[in-house]
Write a protein of this length. Structure first.
Ligand SMILES: [Zn+2]
Length: 252
């Protein structure tokens, strides 16, 4: 089975109509959604006509998790309506950030005003140390550089792709740890800052061979995409779907 990766959004926190950064890993009829920022749930349901069956969360900034309350309500009422026929969404999260995620989305007393449910009853929460199984694949979590160490993780499917999530450059991972065939989808703005990568950062930190396999996302305007292009960097367009992950290095 050849995995595909479909971007629901490519924007940064301001996003300006590009959608908040999020992508869906398609594995035949199984799907794993990466991140759940504002508007992502709606975009997912418009694309797939279903609730997400599985999610991976890179980190706990609101532009990556703000739709959790909506998903909680939809999933819980679907569970009440369909009972055992409804599989609660699988939620893969680094064990290191479970407490942080709980504080941000699940700690409010009385998940529903009507009572009778705790937030996590709508999900199947699966804390992950290093890797997890889904859809016949083994995904690996790799620490990114985004604020406090141990609070942000990229997602790696060996032989196919590496999705950085929000990060500064991580050459120790991308140049020395992952395989040389996979595509790399990398946080990038025109100007870097203490939280995110910039064009100069990528060109300084990574080899030409890696840059050939790298696609920038997490930007805020078509003008920024043009700046990537002018710098010789590829960028993901909103809605772009990649079907040849890691084999030919070409997008669908
Ligand atoms: Zn962030």
């Amino acid at each position: 089975m050849q995995p595909a990766l479909s971007f629901l959004g490519v924007g940064d926190a301001s996003q300006q109509g590009l959608g908040h950064a999020s992508a869906c890993v398609e594995l035949g009829d199984r799907r794993l959604l990466i991140d759940l920022g504002p508007g992502v749930l709606q975009a997912y349901m418009e694309s797939y006509a279903a609730l997400p069956e599985a999610l991976f969360i890179t980190h706990c900034h609101l532009d990556h998790i703000a739709d959790f309350e909506k998903l909680f309500i939809k999933a819980w009422f679907a569970k009440l309506e369909h009972g055992a026929a409804f599989e609660r969404p699988l939620l893969f999260v680094s064990v290191a950030i479970v407490a942080l995620l709980h504080e941000r989305v699940a700690n409010y007393p009385g998940a529903l005003a009507e009572g009778g449910v705790n937030f996590w009853q709508a999900f199947q929460l699966i804390p992950v140390a290093r890797s997890f199984e889904f859809g016949g694949c083994e995904f690996q979590l790799v620490p990114a550089r985004h604020h406090k160490p141990g609070t942000a993780y990229g997602l790696y499917l060996p032989g196919h792709f590496f999705y950085t999530g929000d990060t500064r450059p991580i050459p120790e991972v991308l140049e020395h740890t992952i395989d040389e065939h996979c595509l790399v989808f990398h946080d990038c703005s025109v100007q870097g800052n203490p939280s995110h990568s910039g064009i100069d950062d990528l060109k300084r930190e990574y080899s030409q061979a890696l840059l050939q396999r790298l696609w920038c996302y997490h930007y805020n305007s078509p003008a920024q995409r043009q700046a990537f292009n002018d710098a010789g960097l590829k960028s993901v367009q909103p809605g772009q779907r990649f079907t040849a992950l890691g084999l030919s290095g070409q997008s669908g």
